[in-house]
Ligand binder design. Structure first.
Ligand SMILES: [Cu+2]
Length: 147
């Protein structure tokens, strides 16, 4: 038989409370769509690195805004948008370019890559968050297409 050292009663109570609050957080998360997207460690605080062929944009998503209200890209460019939720659950959608990220919870990231066609006719399109009424609460921005 293995004898476990006795734990002080106060510590047990604290552990119990921590478990309860963790369960509540998990329950709240499961109410809102998709489960987990693994964290993407290569997202940096760098906002953009741009060449003629490629653009990389990092966006932080919070209630209820994108960290950059405008993204400037060029026709023919491959664009990678790395999204990082700092609060709540959000996504990144551009209807006209058929772009849709995973829905990510606070602390999670996702990445979408798409190419602006050379013959794309619009000079700007909206990107937005499609969760609930977030777009109406301000989660939208402009992708401005130059060249
Ligand atoms: Cu949102």
């Amino acid at each position: 038989m293995i004898l476990l050292p006795p734990l002080p009663a106060g510590r047990l109570a604290i552990t119990g409370a921590a478990l309860v609050s963790t369960s509540l957080i998990l329950a709240a998360c499961t109410q809102a769509q998709r489960p987990s997207v693994p964290n993407n460690p290569d997202v940096t605080s760098q906002q953009a690195e741009v060449s003629d062929e490629q653009a990389v944009v990092v966006l932080e998503l919070s209630n209820f805004e994108f960290s950059q209200p405008e993204i400037r890209v060029k026709r023919g460019q491959a664009v990678t948008v790395k999204v990082d939720s700092t609060q709540n659950v959000h996504d990144f959608v551009i209807d006209e370019l058929d772009v849709r990220s995973e829905r990510i919870f606070a602390g999670q990231t996702d990445s979408v890559t798409f190419t602006i066609p050379e013959d794309f006719e619009q000079d700007e399109v909206f990107f937005y968050c499609s969760v609930g009424n977030h777009r109406h609460l301000g989660m939208e921005g402009k992708l401005i297409i130059e060249g």
